[in-house]
Design a protein around this ligand. Structure first.
Ligand code: SF4
Length: 350
């Protein structure tokens, strides 16, 4: 039987011959999957109240993919048509080999891979920004929910905002394009939106606004702070014209601008504005478990397959994942409480 087609020697040519189209992953709803988010570790140096419990139990280190395994599997995904990879976590920069992981995945840029991006809380970014840029990373999403150092220490259970600001400065110096990601929380940072808009506009950063998602038990009752995107934006839309723009990114953000201002705002509202029809992504955890949908616990285990049979064992499993990938998420959050997957966001990266 001829080995399954790969993209190793097929440069990025949209109309490349059959090998490309046969290799591409399509789910049962006809959606082409081209975007992979990899949580390279579920560990983090912060404990954000909407993401983690104070006393988290992390994956045993022996279950984590080694550098070679992670890079090998990532290369296979590229051979199966993944053209964008985002490294996430937990906090990816807490992983000791992160520069090596980024460099070795970055070697596929221009050879099946179009973009290698990173999501971080930036507390360690001043130590990695240049090496990430050298590896081919061009865009970083930085989680920052407030500009008030006291509120920051509260929401992160003890984090230092100075470290984040140093990280942002280092990313800018390394020429990385920056998007600030702010999780919308009623009664916590809804008053902070105008200042965050000014901060991003002055810095030349995009701003991503994200509705909270019910994943895992964090010890906080999320419905109390959950706010729908339109409501969170109301203080802005009341006095200004907010209009859609043609800007596109691999993820689900709907891009807007405020008339007369020089800032792009990406709205990610999985609860109030479902975007699953256009889903193009899957997620792999640091243990090699791949989830077809963020909003479901179902997963396949590529680590075991890789350790048993190397690359040969992966494609049949990915085909099964495509056949079973959910049409949409099961997130529910509101007066009646919340419902979502049992795992924490950090296990698979947002
Ligand atoms: S929630 Fe699931 S189906 Fe919806 S966009 Fe995200 S990954 Fe895709």
């Amino acid at each position: 039987m001829s080995p399954s087609p790969t993209l190793r020697d097929v440069p990025v040519a949209p109309d490349a011959p059959d090998a490309l189209s046969r290799a591409r992953m399509r789910d049962a709803f006809g959606r082409t999957i081209s975007y992979l988010r990899i949580s390279v570790t579920d560990r983090c140096d912060l404990r954000c109240r909407y993401c983690m419990a104070e006393d988290m139990t992390f994956m045993p280190r022996r279950n984590l993919l080694s550098t070679d395994e992670l890079v090998g599997i990532a290369h296979h995904f590229i051979d199966r048509g993944i053209d964008t990879i985002r490294l996430t976590g937990g906090e990816p920069l807490t992983r000791k080999d992160i520069d090596d992981v980024a460099r070795r995945i970055g070697e596929r840029l221009g050879y099946g891979l179009r973009a290698l991006n990173l999501t971080t809380n930036a507390t360690l970014l001043d130590q990695h920004a240049q090496s990430l840029a050298d590896a081919g990373v061009r865009r970083v999403n930085i989680s920052l929910d407030t500009l008030d150092p006291i509120d920051f220490a509260y929401i992160t259970r003890g984090g230092s905002m100075d470290a984040v600001l140093r990280g942002i400065a280092a990313a800018r110096d390394a020429g990385l394009s920056i998007r600030i990601n702010m999780v919308a929380m009623a009664g916590f940072n809804d008053h902070m939106l105008p200042d965050m808009l000014d901060f991003c506009e002055d810095g030349g950063f995009d701003l991503g606004l994200i509705e909270s998602m019910p994943m895992g038990d964090t010890g906080s009752y999320r419905p109390r702070s959950h706010v729908a995107m339109d409501e969170f934006l109301a203080p802005i839309t009341r006095d200004a014209i907010v209009e859609p723009i043609g800007h596109k990114t691999p993820g689900p953000a709907r891009w807007m601008r405020i008339k007369g201002r020089n800032i792009r705002i990406g709205l990610i509202a999985p609860i109030s504005h479902n975007f699953c029809d256009g889903c193009n992504r899957i997620r792999m955890g640091a243990d090699g478990k791949v989830h077809g949908c963020l909003g479901h616990d179902a997963a396949i285990d590529l680590a075991a397959a890789w350790r048993d049979g190397g690359v040969e064992g992966l494609s049949p499993l990915l085909d099964r994942l495509m056949a079973t990938k959910a049409e949409r998420h099961i997130f529910r959050i509101g007066e009646t409480g919340e419902h979502g997957p049992s795992r924490h966001m950090s296990a698979t990266g947002g």
